[in-house]
Design a protein around this ligand. Sequence first.
Ligand SMILES: Nc1ncnc2c1ncn2[C@@H]1O[C@H](COP(=O)(O)OP(=O)(O)O)[C@@H](O)[C@H]1O
Ligand code: SF4
Ligand SMILES: [Mg+2]
Length: 344
Amino acid sequence: MNAEVDENEKRSAAAEAGAGLLLEVENLRVSFSGVNIVDGLSFSLSPGEILGIVGESGSGKSMTALSIMRLLPKNGVIAADRLRLNGEDLLGASDARLEELRGASMGMIFQEPMTALNPVLTVGDQIMETVRRHLKVGRREARERGIEALRRVGIPSPEQRMDDFPHRLSGGMRQRVMIAMALICRPRLLIADEPTTALDVTVQAQILDLMLDLQDEYKMGIILISHDLGVVSAFTDRVMIMYLGQVLEDAKAETIFSQPLHPYTEGLLASIPPVDRDEERLEAIRGTVPPIFDLPPGCRFEPRCGYARPACATAVPSLVECQPAHRAACIRNTGYEFLQEISR
Ligand SMILES: Nc1ncnc2c1ncn2[C@@H]1O[C@H](COP(=O)(O)OP(=O)(O)O)[C@@H](O)[C@H]1O
Ligand code: SF4
Ligand SMILES: [Mg+2]
């Protein structure tokens, strides 16, 4: 259990490379009407690293992304011990500063581009608006940059597409427009929240490949969010497994795949369909995610866990570094010494 040593190693490695951590998140909490839907999340991202966040629907992935962007719905309350981008505090930043950072330093791609694109403005007007807000260039140059950005994301005849309204484009093309808009100012952090869920398998692979190509070119850090562990582990360096607002496990992508420690991760892996059968999903995790306002008292996964012991129902397992750079929250790996008695 060498969490401190590893954290120090990670920091000094980053310092040696001449750059600190791109994103630091410590004890992030998001609540609605007093209910914590993100509950004590801690993780970091190095420049150029690709982190996957995986979990079933309702685990708090989107709320985590929106908290980093500081775009939570108005009734959401955010708190954290630390939330920093490039060393800059995002929690204390003014609205004007956040407006500058979004686009220029951090960009986000949403699951359904129609909710993010304005249906009554042409693709070109929307891209040019983003360019002009951040880069202070004239209309003609903004248009040229917009066309170039559309070309870069593989949109055919970009000059013509600039004058189209979003509904004229296919789902895959709209998602390419979103990527172009998110990346046009070359942010150092890109958050992609289920960017391919609405697309068919072939287009999905094309979009993810495109993101990897751009990552290689721009060297940005990426957070790729998905409910699909198969998709995420193929495209990321590290994977963080979320369940009901908390991290249950995180490790290098290949480690998660070959040596998962948490029963929930095992279940997610078992439900990845075999490559030769595209559509079929196995129901490997029994039961459903309980409502966030009615959590089990001990380990949150206990009602669905095939390995549960009596202690799991009455005490909460801490997230512990079980092996170097591999954290898990389960007494099967951490032992009883890392159980916290319930205080609520
Ligand atoms: N505007 C909102 N007000 C209150 N609760 C919300 C709101 N949006 C989402 N939630 C709740 O927050 C939890 C996490 O949601 P979300 O982050 O969207 O999960 P995921 O992206 O992992 O599917 C869910 O229980 C959801 O019902
Ligand atoms: S702590 Fe217990 S209930 Fe929770 S995942 Fe581990 S074995 Fe299962
Ligand atoms: Mg979501």
